[in-house]
Design a protein around this ligand. Structure first.
Ligand SMILES: [Zn+2]
Length: 255
């Protein structure tokens, strides 16, 4: 009999659960929060803006923290120039202390959007500090900013997961040499450059994800196992071990 090995979806926005799949769901502001599921939480570069932050704070209050003691609308308005202190950010992400929030993210830098790049870096840095304090890995959103991350990764002991990795082989090698993880999603199915990177990357440093796509994580595993020329169960076991190394959790012991 084959062991019941779960698929791991390292980063998804999909709230549908599947008994065969262990997932880290990106906590959706306003979404349901279950103590039985595992999440990441963070301020995405797309969410940086006074209006959405107010919304985030409001929504976080409804599920967890007593941040209303620390914040009110006026206080938030004063933050409009975004010179945040670590205390401010800790309040924003108070929720991140919860045990089943196992990663901070997705957070990052997106050079494709108009939001001021220094502001993005500032918000990212504060959240990296939070991740360090809480000792949780980070899920990174990176668009046209892999050079920025070369420096950032080099300056910290934090564990990075580059979600939907989409850079060249040199970057892949560099990040892995620094202990980072590369996660592959739907793009793997049709992008030859990513397929090559997956094959050449140390198998101890990979994950798979569905992100916000309609892809099924099982199809991505199936495709990857053919590409890597290994049995699908062996790949599942490998990813379970990668997860254990990074998070200290064995998904076989989790629901
Ligand atoms: Zn995402």
């Amino acid at each position: 009999m084959k062991p019941n090995l779960k698929y791991i979806d390292i980063h998804t926005h999909n709230s549908i659960t599947d008994v065969d799949v262990f997932k880290i769901e990106n906590f959706k502001i306003g979404g349901n929060f279950s103590n039985k599921l595992h999440y990441s939480v963070g301020i995405h570069p797309w969410e940086i803006g006074l209006e959405s932050l107010t919304n985030i704070l409001y929504q976080l209050q409804t599920i967890y923290c007593p941040i209303n003691k620390l914040y009110n609308a006026d206080a938030i308005a004063v933050k409009s120039n975004f010179y945040w202190t670590i205390t401010d950010m800790l309040s924003v992400l108070e929720i991140a202390k919860k045990d089943n929030i196992i990663a901070i993210g997705e957070i990052g830098i997106d050079r494709h959007i108009k939001t001021d790049i220094n502001l993005q870096i500032n918000v990212l840095q504060k959240q990296l500090e939070i991740a360090e304090i809480l000792n949780k890995p980070v899920v990174i959103h990176c668009v046209k900013a892999y050079s920025d991350f070369q420096k950032i990764v080099n300056e910290t002991k934090l564990k990075f997961i580059f979600h939907s990795f989409n850079a060249n082989e040199n970057f892949a090698k560099y990040f892995v040499s620094k202990g980072a993880y590369l996660s592959f999603g739907q793009n793997l199915l049709n992008k030859e450059n990513l397929q090559k990177i997956l094959i050449s990357t140390n198998i101890n440093n990979i994950f798979f994800e569905t992100d916000n796509s309609n892809a099924n994580i099982k199809d991505i595993y199936k495709f990857a196992s053919k590409l890597l020329n290994i049995d699908e169960d062996d790949l599942k076991l490998q990813i379970i071990n990668n997860f254990k190394n990074l998070f200290g959790l064995d998904v076989r012991n989790l629901e």
